[in-house]
Design a protein around this ligand. Structure first.
Ligand SMILES: [Mg+2]
Length: 377
């Protein structure tokens, strides 16, 4: 029976280490061997369960250890004993329980939405305002320091129908970036190409290198310089005739408002792990749109559960028009954690219509990959 007034009684956590298939380099750091995520499970009085994922990256948003502690110690007391219906009140209190820790807050809101959706028998997108799209074009990132391995990946993407790639630049040297752009232009003309520096350029080098890259006419160039270099972002934006995207410079609505006011970008990468949840991610996209700026569905090193959360957010947010990059479950993790695969068909993510997130983790996999857990017997 639908009962949003029932109490949340269970709050369980797993800190997972998930093996990955390849090394990936970025302007601000590398990922090799594995990535770490934190999974939250909420249980209500009638036994209904909702799941959420936090996907921190230590050089970008924060650490898995801080995420786990934020949930276990500081957010748990806001949730246990509250009603399923009280999602907005719980999320409002999180700001006063722990600073930052946006990935922990994203996991909490995801689990609250999944739980409310399953109790009400509606998909999460219905709780976020309704659906504006059934599929989302998928972008896969090209970030392997061994470009031969990425050439093999490109061949696989072609077969799979993926038609957007994002080239990670600024981690070795400019010649390597140009070589790979030339390869894409000559050998893979069917791909729409985006470029992401992940803050990799110095203020001294940025103008020359970004202007070179702009000559390849990518869809956009993302975050060439450090997150706090707002003035340099605005300068670079004026020097090129392709859109400049902000990622690390914009976490939540507060930075989006400042970014728009200071004219640092033509668009923004919206990530629930930066904004601190799906609702705040929607707000980022709406502020951007109000200023005539575009929005892209970015992600961190996520498993399929976080992909599902991002999928529902984008499905309910018409302002996010540039597709998504939820590729890790399909192309990066050795094994995803979901019971059923995260659904991508012909290069497009399929928006689920079943209750809640439309997918849940395999509990045996959570236990298998756990470095730590706090699970009631
Ligand atoms: Mg980025």
């Amino acid at each position: 029976m639908t009962d949003l007034h029932q109490t949340i009684t269970g709050f369980d956590l797993w800190h997972l280490e998930l093996p990955v298939t390849s090394r990936r380099d970025h302007g601000i750091g590398s990922v090799e061997g594995s990535c770490e995520v934190v999974i939250l499970r909420l249980t209500s009085e009638d036994g209904t369960q909702g799941f959420g994922e936090a996907s921190p990256w230590s050089v970008f948003t924060g650490t898995p250890e801080a995420t786990y502690a934020a949930l276990d110690r500081y957010l748990r007391p806001l949730v246990v004993g509250s009603r399923v219906a009280d999602r907005a009140a719980i999320m409002a209190k999180t700001a006063f329980a722990v600073a930052h820790c946006t990935e922990a807050k994203a996991a909490l809101e995801t689990a609250l939405l999944d739980l409310a959706g399953r109790v009400s028998a509606v998909p999460v997108w219905a709780l976020l305002g309704g659906k504006c799209r059934d599929t989302i074009p998928l972008s896969c990132s090209i970030a392997n320091p061994d470009f031969a391995q990425d050439v093999a990946l490109l061949e696989q993407l072609q077969v799979d129908g993926v038609r957007i790639v994002k080239l990670k630049t600024g981690f070795r040297d400019h010649a390597f970036d140009i070589l790979r752009l030339e390869h894409l232009a000559q050998n893979c003309p069917e791909f729409s190409v985006r470029v992401d520096y992940n803050q990799g350029l110095t203020v001294e080098d940025a103008s020359e290198q970004v202007r070179d890259v702009a000559q390849f006419k990518p869809d956009f160039i993302e975050q060439p310089v450090r997150a706090h270099h707002y003035g340099m972002m605005a300068t670079l934006r004026g020097q090129i005739d392709v859109p400049l995207l902000a990622d690390e410079s914009v976490f939540g609505p507060e930075e989006m408002e400042r970014a728009a006011r200071e004219g640092i970008c033509d668009g923004v990468s919206v990530k629930i792990m930066k904004s601190g949840g799906l609702s705040r991610g929607q707000t980022v996209a709406r502020i951007a749109a109000a200023h005539g700026l575009s929005a892209y569905g970015g992600d961190m090193f996520e498993a399929g559960l976080a992909h599902l959360a991002g999928t529902h957010m984008i499905a309910a947010t018409p302002e996010i028009t540039l597709g998504c990059e939820f590729y890790q479950a399909s192309y990066f993790l050795k094994e995803d954690i979901l019971e059923e695969p995260f659904l991508v068909q012909n290069g497009k993510v399929i928006v689920p219509d079943s209750p809640g997130l439309g997918g849940r983790p395999d509990l045996d996999k959570l236990d298998h990959y756990a470095l730590a857990k706090a699970v009631a017997a």
